[in-house]
Design a protein around this ligand. Structure first.
Ligand code: NAD
Length: 278
């Protein structure tokens, strides 16, 4: 049986540390403030936004929600972003994605002031990450690194395989592992011999978005397996990208739920605190 990497417990520890920092900042008159923009009425986005707001309240960050109707125009949305950019009491701005189809998410991300871009999606922040000189890290990959650090899994010199090459998970994940001296391979939908490549991994990060995609025959015995995926199985139950049977082969494994998910939110809080400290 693999050792469970308990994201829920690790995220609680991170949040407890942040709570102390926020209390000290509030006492000094600088309460971190996060603006959360939600456009339309996508139920999943609504749940994500509520969870983020609850987490803010828990550590003492002031969150302000801006809910816009689904037919909001690009100009109206950009105007809101510009207003928030100018507000001194707002340190972080988060626009919940996906946006309704008629809106251009790239233009919205580009409009957020880089120093308030707590998701670290702005091209300026992505560039800073590439050169290893950053203020913010994107929340999900940063959360994975925190899980590895706090589980004493050192990636230096190890072969780390990331399945997935999205801008928000796969690519930055690979970069953060590289910064910590891992030998990194990025796999994607066109990778040949995926099973063999994965079986060579000391650390395997799955960010595919397909239920139970990583099977035991793809995992090296003793490897650390990090499951980023959030999917529904055939019974509608929440599950990751990793088949639970991998537990028999892996050395470490993150559960879904209770693994990477809580860390993503904890890192958003951390970025908001960092933004307010700057
Ligand atoms: P995405 O759809 O943008 O990217 C998926 C990636 O998987 C692509 O790069 C694609 O090349 C790769 N892929 C698809 N089929 C493949 C195949 N057969 N073989 C190898 N690679 C293949 O998704 P994303 O935004 O990166 O998210 C990935 C998963 O992580 C989703 O389940 C998402 O819900 C989840 N997610 C979780 C968190 C969290 O906090 N836990 C945060 C973000 C995303």
């Amino acid at each position: 049986m693999a050792q469970k990497i308990d994201g829920k417990a690790i995220a609680a520890a991170v949040r407890a540390e942040l709570k102390e920092q926020v209390a000290a900042m509030t006492a000094a008159g600088n309460t971190p403030g996060l603006a959360v923009i939600l456009v339309g009425d996508d139920p999943a986005s609504r749940v994500y936004v509520s969870n983020k707001e609850k987490a803010c309240a828990d550590v003492g960050i002031r969150s302000e929600e801006f809910t816009l109707p689904a037919d909001t125009t690009q100009e109206q949305l950009l105007e809101l972003v510009h207003t928030l950019n100018a507000r001194e009491d707002i340190h972080g701005i988060l626009c919940q994605l996906p946006l309704p189809k008629h809106l251009d998410d790239k233009a919205v991300i580009a409009a957020i002031a880089p120093e308030k871009d707590v998701d670290a999606f702005h091209a300026a922040n992505v560039g800073h990450i590439m050169i290893g000189d950053y203020t913010f890290l994107p929340c999900t990959p940063a959360g994975v690194m925190e899980l590895l650090h706090r589980s004493n899994i050192d990636v230096a010199g190890k072969h780390c395989v990331v399945i997935g090459r999205s801008n928000i998970v796969g690519k930055p994940m690979a970069m953060l592992l590289l910064h910590e001296n891992a030998t990194v391979t990025i796999c994607h939908s066109r990778t040949q011999n995926l099973k063999e490549v994965c079986r060579g991994a000391d650390v395997l990060v799955a960010a595919v978005g397909r239920a139970k995609f990583v099977t035991p025959d793809m995992v090296k015995p003793g490897a650390a397996v990090i499951d980023v995926g959030i999917n529904r199985d055939e019974n509608g139950k929440l599950c990751g990208d990793v088949d639970p049977a991998v537990d028999e082969v892996a050395g470490w494994l993150t559960p879904v739920p209770g693994g990477v998910g809580p860390m993503t939110i904890a890192m958003l809080l951390k970025n908001t605190v960092t933004a307010a400290q700057k």
